[in-house]
Design a binder for this molecule. Structure first.
Ligand SMILES: [Zn+2]
Length: 332
């Protein structure tokens, strides 16, 4: 997992917590724009679930290998196809899908259209395919505890298929797991959405949380210092659109930066793992702080983190936070 970014790791940890708590929901719905990592996450989750390696996965055992090659007998994957697809073609499509998936786990609908040369023909997931899932679930799992159905791009379910699926999701068998993905949440029946644990895999969020963490922190500090509401409000709006999980990640990151600031102030000289430019920005900011102020700020941020878990209003929370930061930094 070394090469995966903090956003991905955070999502993976979130999914893994269901395994660790032994409470795995029957239905997950992953949503995010094109080229999101939903399939990658689903397979990492399934490997963690099935691999004998405790706590994570090894990529070497039989279970992991079957999952990596998309040939696990207890995992069925469905995807949009053209209406005239015959049984043989469906099998060919499955091979094509595997091929594409092995090349690029973040494939999108355009990649898929190209692969199956569907041209302008309409693609969808039919009721017949959902019926096959029902058959599949009636046979006990072969080598693992769960039957897994992955519906890639569930916005392509036609209405009959969606209704059939809904019936299964309303009373899922204990040992069945469903992973739906979509690039357009608005096209998923609300009744399906309400059955699922939703997982946001938005790349935009990823960008903010990956590369722009630091900039976001500095912006928050600057805007709070000047209490410039004209800049502050649109800045806060970005957070209001984000997943709560990710706002928590942001707060945790802020906490880490405060700890670094603490080290600057008490002049502990060590490698803090930031590049020179960022270090200099922090060093400048540290002139406005002292030990006591940092302690109060740390408390303030940990309280915000707590409030997020208690479903606080994000906009109000950030506004209050900005006002508090202003007071703390400017106090004597
Ligand atoms: Zn393994």
């Amino acid at each position: 997992m070394e090469e995966k970014n903090i956003f991905y790791k955070r999502k993976y940890e979130y999914l893994k917590s269901f395994i660790n708590n032994e409470k795995i929901p029957n239905v997950f719905l992953f949503y995010g724009e094109k080229n999101n990592p939903s399939l990658e996450l689903i397979f990492d989750f399934l490997k963690t679930l099935n691999c004998p390696n405790e706590d994570t996965f090894c990529d070497k055992c039989h279970q992991c290998k079957m999952l990596n090659q998309l040939i696990h007998p207890d995992v069925k994957i469905v995807f949009p196809e053209v209406s005239t697809t015959s049984k043989d073609q469906n099998e060919d499509n499955l091979k094509s899908f595997c091929k594409l998936f092995l090349k690029n786990k973040r494939l999108n609908i355009d990649d898929w259209r190209k692969e199956i040369k569907s041209g302008n023909k309409q693609l969808f997931i039919s009721k017949e395919i959902i019926n096959k899932i029902i058959e599949f679930m009636n046979i006990p799992p072969v080598v693992s505890k769960y039957h897994v159905t992955i519906i890639w791009l569930a916005e392509f379910l036609n209405i009959n298929a969606a209704n059939s699926l809904l019936k299964i999701l309303e009373e899922p068998k204990l040992n069945s797991l469903f992973f739906l993905t979509t690039e357009d949440l608005n096209k998923i029946l609300p009744t399906i959405q309400s059955r699922a644990v939703k997982v946001s895999v938005n790349i935009e969020e990823n960008k903010i949380l990956g590369n722009e963490y630091f900039d976001q922190f500095m912006s928050l500090m600057r805007m709070s210092f000047s209490l410039d509401f004209e800049k502050l409000i649109p800045f806060i709006d970005v957070f209001a659109e984000m997943d709560k999980e990710n706002i928590k990640v942001f707060f945790e990151y802020c906490t880490k930066l405060f700890e670094i600031l603490l080290k600057f102030i008490i002049k502990i000289d060590e490698n803090i793992g930031l590049d020179v430019e960022k270090q200099e920005q922090l060093l400048k900011f540290s002139k406005f702080l002292d030990l006591e102020k940092i302690n109060i700020l740390l408390k303030e941020f940990s309280e915000c983190n707590y409030k997020i878990s208690r479903n606080a209003n994000i906009k109000l929370l950030f506004l209050n936070l900005a006002i508090e930061i202003n007071k703390i930094i400017k106090s004597n």
